[in-house]
Design a binder for this molecule. Structure first.
Ligand code: GAL
Length: 691
């Protein structure tokens, strides 16, 4: 039976639309009519409004003007276009900041910002919270019964931090709660005897600052945790009136691609995940690599809500003006990158922005409708083509991505790795390392979930945990349970070093993972960027041989219960283990002692895929830059094939599949430069159930 679960029970189709700012055109009413005509031509069925409309909705304190919003919403609805309504907290009217300066953010240097830009608010300020609550309540009261209202879009790309006195007090309150009002516990957790930094009164504690305390890793971690919690608390205040007045309308908030807040925690409080994707296509990295890294973020955000699609809330139809070089998407790239999001689980393709603004800082940002104002542009045609194709993808709506592999990416671990002093500067590029382990799966077309340390692992066959530097409490036990019941785990160097407070484990690294990995890491060697060592695979280990270069960091490990699969070839630790395998009950644990070159990772994960019997999206041969992804409803599988190169590519199929219209696909296919296709596997590989 089909296991499709569309995000909106009343809709059975993909969303296609854009951020729309009709208030910018309020003095040109003919533009609104033209917009609706053009939306039809572009096959858009949804518009997102209101995120930056506060001063149009409340031009003076307490004086609200919803008339213009009523008119445009009705106009859209009459024309079959739904709307996603934004709450306007991301940017505020000047009167508000002037009258209540506490709403503006204070920087780590303890200087309050002037009015300006956006995302410049204190999320603790009671005044700001009250003002946001008032306008959100009015919006919910006004539009609660509107049939076109699909979704609440809370604020915009929550991010950043505030160091004002209100936030300092809230931080201290948060700490008191966390440490049970026991300052000794905090001093111990933060290791404050170092440099005589013991706190004797809660009032002595301040947030990290470049002009004050910024070396206490425990403080830094707790501050970041607090910023996340306080942002969530602010968001919950925003959501409260919406849920109270419109309990059946789901809420989302649009995530940024990279961020200092722990979005995974924030995700627990929204119904639908959405994010804004702005890759640097045709930039310094080859397009296939940009595609792979974009795929990682699609997978990461999708994994926040297992078994559910997500929404691509924003993307540019042509270029992003804030990028260093605002390169146009080459012909084909718009469709390819949009359908890539769908392949990874998105049930929408949405843009920033519908119409180019006439002035200010985003007037040159890509938009569906150009300053020329008509539909006869390359970009408009590209968008309309996507609109057409999304209609053909209706059966894909609500299907899921069946991943058997989990790659652990943990925001708190990232903070800890990047905040630590040593063993290398500038930092150890945790993000890069995780991406390097993701790439081989992407190249093979093997679906992957990206999860934090807090998530269940039992549904997976393979768990890859690069640089598990900070081991959260209970994680070693959970990994042990996973391996004990037959799972395969891959660990790397610089793992099991500190606990959640950034305190080092004392009984030999990788700390609580030592028994599981069967190795003891005695020292770690940092390499200069131009230096490398190498590892050589030993006979009789994995089913590939060879010598591969290693760089950055080399763990000097002793195999305790593990079998040695590869050894270092140079330096004083020549002959030390560089890759080990520990058989632990029914499962296997691999430990990669150094940062290895991509060719090694490709071979290694090919071997893992075979050993763990991981399904590929498609049985086929292709060259670098081609990618396959799969979504399934448990009856049929939908296979997405993409060519992220500027050359035509040949694909050799090793299984029988059909086209979307039911035509059997021949054994060979030529995929044009930046081309894509979607196929159907009539009998799902996942019919026995997708977890
Ligand atoms: C996003 C933002 C939009 C717009 C866009 C431009 O981050 O949410 O409002 O500014 O960037 O690329």
């Amino acid at each position: 039976m089909s296991q499709r679960k569309p995000l909106f029970p009343q809709l059975n189709w993909m969303l296609h639309g854009a951020d729309y700012n009709p208030e910018q055109w309020i003095h040109m009413p003919e533009v609104w009519d033209e917009d609706v005509r053009l939306m039809h031509l572009a096959k858009c069925n949804v518009m997102t409004m209101g995120m930056f409309s506060w001063s149009s909705l409340e031009p003076k304190e307490g004086q609200f003007e919803f008339g213009w919003l009523d008119r445009i919403i009705d106009k859209l609805s009459r024309n079959g276009i739904s709307f996603i309504l934004g709450t306007p907290s991301g940017a505020r009217p000047a009167w508000l900041a002037r009258k209540y300066p506490e709403v503006l953010r204070v920087r780590p240097e303890r200087v309050r910002n002037l009015y300006g830009t956006r995302h410049n608010h204190c999320y603790t300020s009671p005044v700001y919270r009250e003002k946001v609550r008032t306008i959100n309540t009015l919006l919910a009261e006004r539009y609660r019964n509107h049939p076109g209202l699909l979704l609440w879009h809370i604020s915009n790309e929550y991010n950043g931090e505030c160091h004002c006195d209100l936030c300092q007090a809230a931080f201290r309150g948060w700490l008191r709660k966390k440490y049970g009002d026991d300052l000794d516990r905090l001093n111990y957790a933060w290791y404050t005897t170092f440099w005589s930094h013991n706190y004797t009164d809660w009032e002595e504690i301040e947030s990290p600052s470049p002009i004050g305390e910024h070396m206490l890793h425990g403080l830094q971690l707790d501050w970041k945790r607090f910023v996340t919690d306080q942002s969530i608390d602010f968001m919950l205040q925003e959501i409260e009136p919406l849920k109270r007045l419109t309990p059946n309308i789901p809420v989302t908030t649009n995530f940024l691609g990279g961020c200092v807040i722990n979005y995974e925690r924030m995700a627990e409080h929204v119904d639908i995940i959405s994010w804004d994707s702005y890759p640097y296509w045709h930039g310094k990295s080859p397009d296939w690599q940009t595609a792979c890294h974009t795929a990682f973020t699609h997978d990461r955000y999708r994994s926040f809500k297992p078994g559910k699609p997500f929404l691509l809330m924003e993307s540019t139809p042509s270029m992003a003006n804030w990028q260093e070089v605002a390169k146009l998407k080459r012909p084909g790239m718009h469709a390819l990158s949009s359908i890539q999001a769908v392949a990874h689980g998105s049930d929408s393709v949405q843009y920033f922005q519908w119409r180019k603004s006439r002035g200010s800082s985003e007037k040159f940002h890509g938009a569906v409708v150009d300053h020329s104002g008509h539909e006869h542009t390359r970009v408009f045609r590209d968008v309309a083509e996507i609109g057409d194709f999304l209609e053909r993808l209706e059966p894909v709506t609500g299907t899921i991505v069946p991943a058997e592999t989990a790659l652990i990416y943990d925001t708190e671990n990232k903070w800890a790795v990047e905040g630590a002093a040593g063993p290398r500067k500038p930092n150890l590029s945790y993000d890069q390392e995780v991406l390097r382990h993701y790439e081989p799966f992407w190249k093979q077309g093997i679906p992957v979930d990206i999860v934090s340390m807090d998530r269940p692992l039992d549904r997976y066959k393979l768990v890859v945990a690069p640089m598990l530097y900070m081991l959260k409490q209970g994680m070693a036990e959970r990994l042990e349970a996973f391996v004990r019941s037959g799972g395969t785990l891959v660990l790397t160097y610089w793992s099991g070093i500190v606990d959640e407070n950034d305190l080092c484990f004392l009984d030999g690294f990788p700390g609580p993972l030592r028994k599981l990995a069967g190795v003891w890491s005695e020292e770690i060697d940092a390499l200069y960027p131009e230096d490398c060592n190498s590892l050589a695979m030993k006979e009789g280990g994995l089913d590939f041989m060879g010598t591969y270069s290693v760089s950055l960091l080399c763990d000097l490990i002793h195999a305790e219960t593990a079998e040695v699969l590869a050894e270092y070839q140079e330096d004083f630790y020549q002959g030390y283990p560089a890759l080990t395998l520990n058989r632990f009950r029914d499962g296997e644990v691999y430990y990669m002692a150094a940062r290895t070159e991509p060719a090694f990772l490709d071979s290694f994960y090919r071997a893992m895929a075979a050993r763990c019997r991981l399904s590929r999206a498609l049985q086929a041969d292709w060259s670098e830059g081609v990618n396959a992804q799969v979504r399934t409803d448990g009856v049929r599988d939908y296979i997405f094939l993409h060519n992220f190169t500027d050359q035509e590519q040949n694909i050799l199929f090793k299984e029988s599949i059909i086209d979307l219209d039911g035509t059997p696909v021949k054994q060979y296919l030529r995929l044009p430069a930046y081309g894509y296709r979607v196929f159907v596997r009539k009998e799902s590989e996942y019919s026995s159930g997708v977890k």
